[in-house]
Design a protein around this ligand. Structure first.
Ligand code: ZN
Length: 74
């Protein structure tokens, strides 16, 4: 799989700061969807949808605190 990276200049990170960063998006023909956000302050936001319909999201602040961690399985 080859993902696509797209830069952004000002988005609100999970910590509340508005920072630059990068979107990462990857999909395949079978239904996998990966959307990750990488903020320059170190925060991350991750969304993974799998082939079986399950959804996994995670939001991690730059200080390492997990703000959100959810699995919606089938
Ligand atoms: Zn942050």
């Amino acid at each position: 799989m080859v993902g696509t990276r797209t830069g952004f200049t000002a988005e609100k990170a999970p910590c509340g700061k508005t920072v630059a960063g990068e979107h990462y998006r990857d999909t395949d023909d079978a239904g996998l969807v990966i959307i990750d956000e990488y903020y320059n302050c170190g925060c991350r936001s991750i969304r993974h949808e799998y082939h079986d319909g399950s959804l996994h999201t995670r939001v991690i602040r730059h200080d390492g605190k997990v703000v959100s961690n959810e699995d919606h399985g089938s």
